[in-house]
Ligand binder design. Structure first.
Ligand SMILES: NC(=O)c1ccc[n+]([C@@H]2O[C@H](COP(=O)([O-])OP(=O)(O)OC[C@H]3O[C@@H](n4cnc5c(N)ncnc54)[C@H](OP(=O)(O)O)[C@@H]3O)[C@@H](O)[C@H]2O)c1
Length: 298
């Protein structure tokens, strides 16, 4: 029998994944992804199995990077209507294979990877697309992604003010009390968004909660939620009047309800901007819609 795979739990992953390490690796991975056959990344759109009886979904996200010779798949589950449960709404495991023979080398906790990778990619997009100066950060949502984005964004940028809104006000207050730094807890999404230069939408909403009429012209929005074709976070006005960037065109155009239902056109992948083949139109109102591309850092 071959060697048993190693198991890397959340503490180990947490220890090795910091934003200064992750960001340059993900920039490289995004460039490779957006370089077609030259970049050598093979990553089909993920397969999603609805677990309708329990309002859940199982997603399988295989990928192979020729350049890194890395063969992996993430398996993710996500459940709607999680309110008081201790079990996170999103759980993930990454399986790493030996590419030369297909043996399973490692089973890695994917929750920390998902939280940090997503925030790191949003930070990459924000660095390229935010207005200058960018003084006010707004976060809609107070869950795992809100936390990782707050951590990444306060490390990577120098906002003068951070505003947060969450559907359950107590959760936003708990968030504000738990993190370092001053955060203004807002009573409505509109109040939180007003005057913000950079906005993060990190909710499980299935209806629009961010409206274009509230958004300051030139602001940059990182939209993470609404990963099903019939779910929304952003309204049509915002989607149609912003320049739209994505992590992967193919997946975003299939999976993102904000894109599918608004009919908005994708302007570029972030990897194309990093490569210099598409411009970063930071002076315009920009949306970065991410759909959880499993990029393959070395
Ligand atoms: N694009 C990517 O790469 C990527 C990767 C991972 C996750 N995501 C997405 O990011 C979003 C947040 O994930 P998470 O891990 O942070 O989830 P989470 O920890 O469960 O937090 C969910 C947040 O959404 C809010 N919420 C739930 N239902 C809502 C509704 N109907 N209307 C408004 N707010 C609602 C909750 O508010 P209260 O607790 O205050 O009620 C909470 O703040 C999800 O949509 C997830 O699928 C995207």
């Amino acid at each position: 029998m071959g060697e048993q795979p190693v198991f890397l739990g959340p503490d180990v992953v947490e220890k090795y994944l910091d934003y200064p390490t992750l960001i340059p690796l993900l920039e490289k991975a995004l460039v490779n992804f957006s370089s077609g056959s030259e970049g050598g990344v093979i990553q089909p759109i993920r397969t999603i199995v609805p677990v309708a009886k329990h309002s859940g979904f199982l997603g399988v996200m295989p990928a192979y990077s020729t350049v890194d010779d890395a063969l992996t798949t993430k398996v993710v589950t996500f459940y709607e209507n999680k309110t008081e449960s201790e079990v996170p709404s999103h759980q993930a495991t990454v399986l790493l294979f030996e590419p030369s023979n297909g043996s399973l080398k490692a089973v890695i906790n994917g929750k920390v990877i998902t939280d940090k990778r997503t925030a790191a990619v949003s930070a990459i997009a924000t660095k390229l697309l935010m207005p200058s100066p960018a003084e006010v950060l707004c976060i809609l949502g107070s869950g795992a992604q809100a936390h990782s984005h707050y951590q990444a964004f306060t490390q990577q940028f120098s906002f003068k003010e951070v505003k947060i809104w969450s559907r359950t006000r107590e959760k936003a207050e708990k968030f504000a009390n738990a993190v370092e730094g001053n955060i203004c807890v807002c009573s409505t999404p509109q109040e939180a968004v007003t005057g913000a230069d950079v906005i993060v939408t990190a909710t499980m909403s299935t209806e629009p909660l961010l409206y274009g009429d509230w958004v300051k012209p030139g602001a940059h929005i990182n939209a993470l939620g609404a990963c099903r074709p019939d779910w929304r976070e952003l309204d049509d006005t915002l989607m149609r009047n912003s320049v739209l960037y994505v992590d992967t065109k193919e997946a975003a155009q299939n999976e993102s309800g904000d894109i599918v239902l608004s009919g908005a056109s994708v302007y570029a992948e972030i990897g194309e901007v990093l490569k210099g083949t598409k411009p970063a139109l930071a002076e315009k109102t920009t949306v970065f819609k991410s759909v959880d591309l499993l990029s393959l850092p070395e």
